[in-house]
Design a protein around this ligand. Sequence first.
Ligand SMILES: [Zn+2]
Length: 130
Amino acid sequence: MEDNTRNKLGRFYCEQCHGRFDAAGDCPKCPGEPLLDLADEDVRLMLEEMDHAAKTRRFGMLAMVSAVLAVPVFFILSATCSWLLAIPGAALFAGGLATVLSFIFKPKQSAPKLTESEIRFLERPGVEPG
Ligand SMILES: [Zn+2]
């Protein structure tokens, strides 16, 4: 069966504008931005790594913000209830808030979404860049 994704999405990817192009070189839209060859597994892994690192960095930052915001929660709970309740209460608040914030403030995704068939298509032998 022939793959219908042919020519719909280019093999070369611009990290800047997330465009896909058929020809290698610099991005036609972004001056000086070299296109990445998505047929190269290393390139795809690198993009995924970058996204993963960005998510981890973002979550660390949001966890810090949440911890700061949990301080008054701790004091309110320890004043109104008990500090025995305030510690898990504040921890729960910080953890929940960090999770919620990480859903709201998602980092910019670098890697394009590729389906299995698209990767097979990109990796098919006999096609040289350019
Ligand atoms: Zn571009």
